[in-house]
Unconditional design. Structure first.
Length: 105
């Protein structure tokens, strides 16, 4: 059994900005690899593949391969992945608010 606290465990699953951006894109439904690659600026194919595999191993996303030529693969959030939606919404709200706020020292 994992003895880490729940917040630490979550941070270990969502460990990079790339993960958050993948989740952001999948919140609204299925996406193909090429759609994710195009949407996430500056991510390499290798890093995207690695992050998708990790999220699949953790049960956050599912990968569906269609038997067509050329091969077609779609990714989507599982029920566990959808549980992260409120967190992503709160991060979006924070980002919007913090961009509009000037820090006075």
């Amino acid at each position: 059994m994992d003895n880490t606290c729940a917040i630490e465990y979550t941070l270990n699953v969502i460990k990079s900005k790339w993960t958050f951006l993948i989740l952001r894109d999948l919140i609204n439904g299925k996406k193909r690899f090429s759609e994710l690659k195009k949407s996430i600026n500056d991510i390499s194919q290798k890093v995207l593949t690695s992050n998708l595999r990790f999220l699949e191993e953790k049960g956050i996303i599912t990968r569906t391969v269609y038997p067509v030529v050329p091969p077609m693969v779609e990714y989507e959030l599982t029920a566990l992945g959808m549980a992260l939606k409120p967190l992503l919404i709160e991060m979006q709200i924070f980002g919007e608010l913090s961009r509009k706020t000037t820090i006075v020292k």
